[in-house]
Each structure stands twice: as C-alpha cells, then as structure tokens.
Design a protein around this ligand. Structure first.
Ligand code: SF4
Length: 327
C-alpha cells in the first residue's frame, strides 16, 4: 500500500496530496466520537512500532506518485491519513525528504496535539509551513467525552502546554482545528454554554495564527454525533468572531477551496485508485471525479460494481452520499 494518496479535495487547502505515515489499521492516541475513520482499533500513547514507514519508503512512494500526478495541480502536501502522524518516530526525516521533492509547496501536518508536550516530537515539526493542532474542548470533561483519550495520562492540560511550546519554537504557522458539534443524546456539545466559552478562552490563550472551524460533515464514528444546526453554528462562529480577527478564522461553508481539478500525467487501475482513496477518506462521487480527473459517469459505474461486490458502502451525511470502504 502506498503511503501517498489523493490529492483529496479539502475545504481548507484545496487539492491536498496526502502522506500517510501511520498506515492502516487506524492508530491513534484518541478515539474522537466524530472520527471519519471509525473507532480507534490500535491505541497508542507513545511512538508506535506498528505499520510505520520510514523516510526511504515515503521518498520512494512519493517519487513514483509524482511521475503520474501533475504537482502544479496540487495546492498542499498534507501529513494525515490513518492515524496520528506524530506517532511515527521518523517524522522529522520524512518531512525533510518530502520537502526536497515538493519544493516550496505548502507543507502541512494535521495533528491531535497529544504528543506536542514532548520536545523530541516538536523538533520533528520544524520543516512544516503549517501545523494544524486539534482543539475541540477547553475543559477536561468535554475533552474526555468528545476526544476520548486512550489513556488517563493524555490530558487537555498537556495538549495546551504542548501547543504553547510549539508556537514559540517553530517558524511555521500554528493553526487550531476546531470541530463544532452536538450530539442527539446531549452527551456532549461545544457550540453553546460553558463548553463553548472555555473552548474560546483556551483558543485565545494559545494565540494561534489561524483557527479553522469545522463541522462533522462526513460520516462520524458514532451515529449520535450531529452537525450543529445553522443557528447553533452561526452563534458559535459569532462568539469566535468576538475574540478573533476575521482574517484569522477559516469557517466551514465560507472558506471553501474544493472543486478544483487535479491533472494526472498517467493513470493506472481505476478501481484500485478509488479503493486506495476511500481507505483514507470517505468521498462523494464529485470528490472522486475531481481527484482522479475522470468523468462522473465512469466513476458511477465502478462505484456501483464495488458496492455490489461488497467492497464499499454508501452512507448519507449532511444531504450528501459518501462512499466508504467496508471494514
Ligand atoms: S485524532 Fe484524528 S484520527 Fe485520531 S480519533 Fe481523532 S479524528 Fe480520528
């Protein structure tokens, strides 16, 4: 399985070429209730020795990938994928090799920030133009309910300390990614009340370069997770706007970099390419069509056959049909 996938359409970054350095099964320190990858099958609290590629493998995968995809039609190269990328001890070396191959393209890492309190992990992030750190809660109880850490030693306090230290130590931007949500059973919410207040207060204390306000629009791990209503979302965004300069806020539904086409120099087996993409991220027909630069009609035929052969399934979320690989 290649460590490279996409480029996937991202509302934040446009055509985002993914680098997966913690390969499936999903390995993470958290088990967020909204995770698009399903529940965490392999828990980790520290660097993992599991399915971990090193810089030699990623370099070779990326070189092979760039023979097919036109790098000019990629907007960002993003470390993300099947788990928490900072669990890979080779992260720093991998980032250096990737930089050599992509020149000055925007290099981004999406992290859940649970490892940032460790100096050795922060040192591995110096190559990135942007580190996007997850922050969904401003109090420990909401953090535990929403992000479900896999060990008692993982606390919001450590996450906050780690982000603060990182902000002082790297030249790249430090952004916060906030997933705004509620649940049908009132189990947890961060779009109103004390949880929203403490979230904004904590975000403010971190002085981020950017805040990305997201909603769980792809199928979540737990069916009780709901996207906030339009009025709840507007209320929460307004509260952020009272504390942050609008230029610092990227809001889902307003800032939208999707729907740009990727150009390929050559293709390969289409069914495999679709399956590889869906293993990393649930996608709609349009997502797949834009990513692979193949007409929707052709994509529909292959998706139909994959569904009939029980390899993928359909799931509706936010009035859109997503395709997911079957477990
Ligand atoms: S940190 Fe990311 S990969 Fe891990 S459970 Fe949460 S959403 Fe999923």
């Amino acid at each position: 399985m290649s460590t490279i996938y996409g480029p996937v359409p991202s509302w934040r970054f446009g055509r985002s070429l993914g680098i997966d350095i913690v390969l499936p099964p999903k390995t993470c320190t958290l088990d967020c209730i909204y995770c698009q990858l399903g529940s965490t099958s392999t828990k980790a609290v520290d660097e993992t020795k599991g399915n971990i590629p090193d810089e030699v493998r990623v370099k070779s995968d990326l070189e092979a990938y760039l023979e097919n995809v036109n790098l000019q039609t990629v907007d960002a190269v993003t470390f993300s994928g099947s788990g928490e990328p900072t669990l890979n001890p080779h992260l720093g070396e991998i980032a250096k090799e990737v930089r050599k191959l992509i020149g000055n393209k925007l290099l981004v890492i999406l992290t859940n920030a649970t490892q940032l309190h460790k100096e050795k992990v922060r040192k591995r992030l110096v190559e990135f133009d942007m580190v996007v750190a997850k922050l969904d809660a401003g109090d420990e109880e909401t953090f535990r309910r929403l992000n479900r850490p896999k060990s008692k030693s993982i606390t919001l306090k450590k996450v906050i300390n780690g982000i603060k230290k990182l902000k002082k130590e790297i030249d790249g931007q430090v952004a916060l990614e906030v997933m705004l949500l509620r649940t049908s059973n009132n189990y947890v919410s961060n779009v109103f009340g004390r949880s929203l207040k403490s979230l904004i207060k904590t975000a403010k204390s971190l002085n981020p370069d950017l805040i990305q306000l997201d909603i769980p629009y792809r199928p979540p791990s737990e069916s009780y997770v709901k996207t906030p209503s339009d009025s709840e979302f507007k209320y929460a965004v307004d509260q952020f706007l009272r504390e942050f300069n609008p230029e610092k806020l990227w809001v889902y539904g307003i800032h939208d970099m999707r729907d740009k086409k990727v150009k390929w120099k050559s293709g390969g087996d289409l069914e495999n390419r679709i399956l590889t993409l869906l293993k990393r991220r649930p996608c709609t027909e349009s997502d797949i069509s834009n990513t692979l630069d193949i007409k929707k009609e052709k994509i529909q035929i292959i998706l139909k056959s994959l569904v009939e052969n029980d390899k993928i399934q359909k799931q509706e979320s936010k009035d859109k049909i997503y395709y997911l690989v079957k477990e």
